[in-house]
Design a protein around this ligand. Structure first.
Ligand code: SAM
Length: 277
């Protein structure tokens, strides 16, 4: 059998991967959802033909979108994930003993159902008693919940369709207002190679709302360009000054205190994105 999945990562560039088996495929009210079995990446979740997560490299993304922020805040108790229906961010959040409640607000319940069925390694913590799963639009949820969360993680799809509003200034203002007095948020903010217009806009918007704004990097091979950015907006705590001594054993494969610090060392072509207007 010679069946390939192809994602057009830009109009002129694609990533392809041989598919051993299509495990699941459906059109949900929000997107085309597919789970593939592959030799290269293990099981793979794609939405609208865009790779969301794979068994091979999901740990990098999920550890970095969660632990950098959770170890910057001294006592994160209530944590919100917007998007993230695969459950990977929730799995990592629950490794922190300070967390009392982890809330997942995912717009598409079919993503959660598919992850539960086909990606148990990623979705395994969704049934934990400390987890609350809400099927709703994250934009609406932050508007309706003020002064509630110590940390918010924006684990979204790319800025098109239902996720478009998750990259705008009004949303970051609502995130700010949904956070407690010393809260912080981390969002996945796309590729420093291919999103060179978007990232400076995000940085400008976050800077206009949060006293501390930081960009950091991680390597996620199945995302366009392999190098990925995350943006943190924080009301008080600076990730560069975080006390990373005596952390609990997080059983991570990418994140360590040294990686935490190193992730904020930006090559000049990325630093430029923080300077541009
Ligand atoms: N790690 C992934 C990436 O960067 O490709 C993101 C994975 S996660 C599956 C993204 C989720 O965000 C999708 O399941 C999608 O349904 C959800 N999503 C998109 N827009 C949303 C919104 N406005 N509110 C809540 N969830 C949303």
């Amino acid at each position: 059998m010679n069946c390939w999945f192809t994602e057009m990562q830009t109009p002129d560039m694609a990533i392809s991967c041989r598919v051993k088996k299509t495990l699941h495929e459906e059109k949900t009210p929000f997107q085309h959802l597919a789970v593939y079995e592959t030799d290269q990446f293990g099981r793979m979740l794609a939405l609208d033909d865009v790779i969301q997560t794979t068994i091979m490299d999901e740990f990098v993304y999920h550890e970095m979108i969660t632990h950098v922020g959770l170890n910057t805040h001294p006592n994160p108790r209530r944590v919100l994930v917007i998007g993230g229906g695969d459950g990977g961010s929730i799995r990592e959040i629950l490794k922190h003993p300070s967390v009392e409640l982890a809330t997942l607000v995912e717009i598409d319940e079919r993503v959660i159902a598919a992850a539960r069925e086909y990606l148990p390694e990623i979705s395994c913590a969704l049934g934990d008693p400390r987890v609350r799963v809400i099927v709703d639009d994250g934009i609406k949820h932050v508007k309706e919940n003020r002064d509630t969360y110590d940390m918010i993680i924006v684990d979204s799809t790319d800025p098109v369709g239902p996720a478009e509003g998750l990259f705008g200034r009004a949303f970051y203002q609502d995130v700010h207002d949904a956070l407690t007095g010393d809260g912080l948020f981390v969002a996945q903010t796309e590729s420093p190679f291919f999103n060179r217009d978007l990232i400076p806009r995000i940085i400008q918007n976050v800077r206009s709302i949060f006293p501390v704004t930081r960009l950091f990097l991680a390597c996620v091979p199945t995302y366009p360009g392999g190098l990925w950015t995350f943006t943190m907006g924080s009301k008080k705590y600076d990730p560069l000054e975080a006390n990373l001594e005596q952390l609990p054993d997080l059983k991570t494969r990418y994140y360590t205190p040294a990686v935490h610090r190193a992730a904020f060392v930006l090559p000049p072509f990325v630093e430029e994105l923080l300077q541009s207007e």
